[in-house]
Design a protein around this ligand. Sequence first.
Ligand code: GUN
Length: 287
Amino acid sequence: MSAIIIDGKLVSSEEKDKVKERAEAFEKKFGRKICLAVILAGNDPASQVYVRNKIKGCEYTSIKSLSFTLPETVSQKEAEELVISLADDDNVDGILVQLPLPKGLDEKRLLSLIPPEKDVDGFHPVNVGKLMLGEKTVVSCTPFGVIRLLEHYGIEIAGKNAVVVGRSNIVGKPMAMLLLRENATVTVCHSKTRNLKEICSQADILVAAIGKAEFITADMVKDGAVVIDVGINREDGKLKGDVDFDGVKEKASFITPVPGGVGPMTIAMLLANTCLCAEERESVKNR
Ligand code: GUN
């Protein structure tokens, strides 16, 4: 049996169409466009591509984007002043600081200046706390996109054994929390996990967010499992996921490809989060 290939491009374009409708309704109601500020510091080529795609996504969905490019050598103070000015600008609904930052910048301190109500990445401690408590909030875009993919393909989560490999603040931890919110039984594995192969091979839903090319092989996967590959690894000029796609697709029931799986969803969910921030900001004003 060969797995159904999950089409992230298709689902992301449906999500973007929904965002566009929301953004147009917002503009009609409030007489201004939703506005996202995107900050890129330094010259990381992958970040440049991601930021370009985020800005293209804004154009497609009728969200206004403000783009700020800072040199590799930017000082902490200059970067902080930019974030503070955007935080104070009432016409800006969302602020995104592309990670990783150049060496010498204090990421935690810079991100803490983004007010929770403009935190389109869902990184602020207040929004992370709300996710833990099950309250409505913005959620880190990549794990949010994974949940949308599962929903789109009618994959039931409740009661399933979900295994997340990786415990980053951006993907692994919020992914585990979202799967738990959907009533999965969740196990989080990491570099110190013993018996990784055995744990993975019990997963009904396996999420790979390790950052090592083709780390998850067919012998680690249960027959009929749903395999979600969050990895983006560049090897010999080629993009490779964390999953050995060719081997695993013969065993899984569903699998995401790289590229074209989870990646496009990250941007769609960023745009959805931007809408949510804008709508919530206006609703607080009118309360
Ligand atoms: N770098 C890699 N993933 C992300 C993300 O989701 N948001 C931001 N801001 N930077 C990233």
